[in-house]
Design a protein around this ligand. Structure first.
Ligand code: AMP
Ligand code: MG
Length: 329
């Protein structure tokens, strides 16, 4: 199969609608990462997504809809706090998990009685979702366990020959996957951290819990138990306070003849003389936006990526740390 990257216009949208309606998959941009989408009502199409990615079949998918889609047809109960959160943060990088009306293919939620729904703010995503006017089940458009894609080229690098069409909406502005929020109980619970932080959610909902995985737990969001986001090369992760040690290790690796690269924020980078640098940027937004791009750049250049964690660990950085530990820990 020939994989094409096309800008989002009338022609590519009408072609993507044809592919989706005939049971195929299309990659499309969102403000977080690129998604690989299929018609959520079509059992065969949803199963194809798992096949294309090599995704474990107990890791459920998020359904994406446009901003005027009638959610009440898909989910059975939307608590008041969820309505308030939707009002404040949607469209945007927040996925909300509700009790399902079981109208979409059971393969979407892998047999769970809940459904994760997201309304992306990316203009190209909205145009695609409006054009097809169907709920689109979509995980990130990478090969399972690899680093998520934040450009059309990243999707191509992983899925060339496996899908027909990649809609190109430029580099994703957010850079890490959406916050996943359980909205099935009395209080919202963050299942996966992202750009909409627990603090932001609590400021609207009054309270917000954080799920922490414990040994022997029945995991409420199965995706969390998998190794994720891994670059193809070796990695090492140092705490912010251990950046001297990271630099020393980098020098040792170079002396051994390894192509070693340091991945850190601009502040840390400025304190050392680093020839092989993957600079994550100056502030939190930049660090989140650049993380996957730099991991993918690094894996093509380096034998080993030596990452230094950001100093802050809360807010947006909670989401960044979660990905960084899975990629490099
Ligand atoms: P990805 O497609 O890679 O962004 O992963 C989707 C994430 O959403 C995974 O961590 C899933 O476990 C989570 N997820 C999807 N559907 C549900 C659901 N019904 N309940 C809880 N988590 C979900
Ligand atoms: Mg993913």
């Amino acid at each position: 199969m020939n994989t094409e990257i096309l800008p989002i216009d009338k022609d590519s949208l009408s072609r993507s609608a044809r592919i989706i309606k005939s049971g195929g998959a299309v990659a499309f941009p969102t403000e977080t990462v690129y998604g690989l989408g299929a018609n959520a009502f079509d059992d065969g199409a949803v199963k194809k997504i798992f096949e294309i990615k090599g995704r474990p079949n107990d890791n459920p998918l998020i359904v994406h809809v446009h901003k005027n889609y009638d959610l009440s047809s898909l989910v059975s109960f939307i608590p008041d706090y969820a309505k308030a959160l939707a009002e404040k943060f949607l469209p945007g990088p927040l996925t909300m998990v509700y009790r399902s009306e079981n109208k979409v293919s059971p393969a979407v939620s892998c047999g769970l009685n809940t459904l994760a729904v997201r309304i992306p703010s990316h203009e190209g995503a909205q145009r695609f979702l409006e054009y097809v006017n169907l709920p689109i089940a979509a995980p990130s458009a990478n090969v399972s366990k690899h680093v998520s894609p934040v450009t059309a080229q990243h999707v191509f690098d992983d899925l060339n020959g496996k899908i027909e069409l990649i809609l190109d909406g430029g580099k994703c502005s957010g850079g890490i996957e959406s916050t996943v929020l359980d909205c099935t109980g009395d209080t919202p619970i963050v299942l996966r951290s992202g750009l909409i932080t627990r603090e932001m959610i609590a400021s609207v909902a009054g309270k917000c819990g954080q799920y922490v995985m414990k040994e022997g737990d029945r995991v409420p969001s199965p995706g969390m138990k998998y190794k994720h986001y891994s670059p193809k090369c070796r990695t090492a992760l140092f705490d912010f306070g251990d950046s001297d040690k990271a630099f020393k290790y980098y020098k040792e690796c170079l002396a051994e003849g390894l192509k070693a690269y340091i991945m850190c924020d601009s502040g840390v980078a400025g304190r050392y003389h680093i020839e092989n640098l993957l600079d994550l940027g100056e502030n939190e937004e930049q660090i989140a936006r650049n993380l996957y791009d730099k991991l993918r750049e690094g894996e093509n250049l380096a034998d080993i990526i030596i990452a230094v964690a950001p100093q802050k660990q809360d807010g947006i950085m909670a989401g960044v740390m979660n990905r960084l530990k899975k990629a490099c820990g």
